[in-house]
Design a protein around this ligand. Structure first.
Ligand SMILES: Cc1cc2nc3c(=O)[nH]c(=O)nc-3n(C[C@H](O)[C@H](O)[C@H](O)COP(=O)(O)O)c2cc1C
Length: 171
C-alpha cells in the first residue's frame, strides 16, 4: 500500500475478529513507527504500554464509555509520559504523543490491522480508571489508548478535502 493510499484509506476500525493475535514482529513495527514520530527538540517523551492481557482489555472496555471495542481487540497501546522526566518543552508533550498516535494508526493500517484512537488525558474519569486498571502511579499520564485488532469491518476511504478549510496567504 503506498503511503498516500495508506493515509487516505485509514479509518477508525471498532470491530475486530475476537481473540485474533498479532505477531510480535508486527507489534515491533508498530512501536518503531510510533517512536519515529517527530517531537519537539526530539524530546521523545513517549512511553508505550502494550496491553494484551484479556482481563485488562475487558476492564478497560467496561470502564470507558467510548472504548467498548477494546474488549475484542488483539491489543491496546496506552501512549503515556512520565511527569517526573524533565523535558525541554513540557507544554508540547501532548503534541508529540499525538504525532506518535497517528503513526501507530497508520502503521497498523499499513500492516492490515484495524485501529482506533481513544483519548484519555482530557477526561478525569477515564484518567482515574485507566491508572487504576493498569496499576500506574500518579506521575504517569496516559494520553490515549490505541485499540488494535484484526478488522471485522471495512469502511470507505475519506478522500475529500473541504475547500473552505483551505486558505491562501491569510485567512
Ligand atoms: C483525539 C481523538 C480522540 C478520539 N476518541 C475516540 C473515542 O474515545 N472513541 C472512539 O470510538 N473514537 C475516538 N476517536 C476516533 C474518531 O471518532 C474518528 O477519528 C473520527 O470519527 C473520524 O473518523 P475516521 O478516523 O474513521 O476517519 C478519536 C479520535 C481522535 C483524533
Amino acid at each position: 500500500m503506498d503511503m498516500l493510499d495508506c493515509i487516505m484509506s485509514r479509518r477508525s476500525i471498532r470491530k475486530y475478529h475476537e481473540g485474533a493475535s498479532i505477531p510480535q514482529g508486527d507489534i515491533e513495527k508498530i512501536l518503531t513507527a510510533a517512536s519515529a514520530a517527530p517531537s519537539a527538540a526530539n524530546q521523545q517523551p513517549w512511553h508505550f504500554i502494550v496491553i494484551d492481557d484479556r482481563a485488562l482489555l475487558t476492564q478497560l472496555a467496561k470502564e470507558n464509555p467510548h472504548g467498548k471495542m477494546v474488549a475484542d481487540a488483539s491489543l491496546a497501546i496506552a501512549i503515556s509520559y512520565d511527569k517526573n522526566e524533565k523535558k525541554p518543552y513540557p507544554t508540547l508533550i501532548i503534541d508529540d504523543l499525538s504525532a506518535a498516535a497517528e503513526n501507530i494508526l497508520l502503521a497498523a493500517h499499513g500492516l492490515g490491522y484495524g485501529a482506533v484512537w481513544l483519548a484519555i488525558y482530557h477526561d478525569e474519569a477515564k484518567v482515574e480508571s485507566t491508572l487504576r486498571i493498569l496499576k500506574l502511579t500518579a506521575n504517569v499520564v496516559v494520553h490515549s489508548i490505541i485499540s488494535i485488532g484484526v478488522p471485522n469491518e471495512s469502511r470507505t476511504a475519506r478522500t475529500y478535502l473541504k475547500k473552505e478549510m483551505v486558505h491562501k496567504n491569510g485567512w
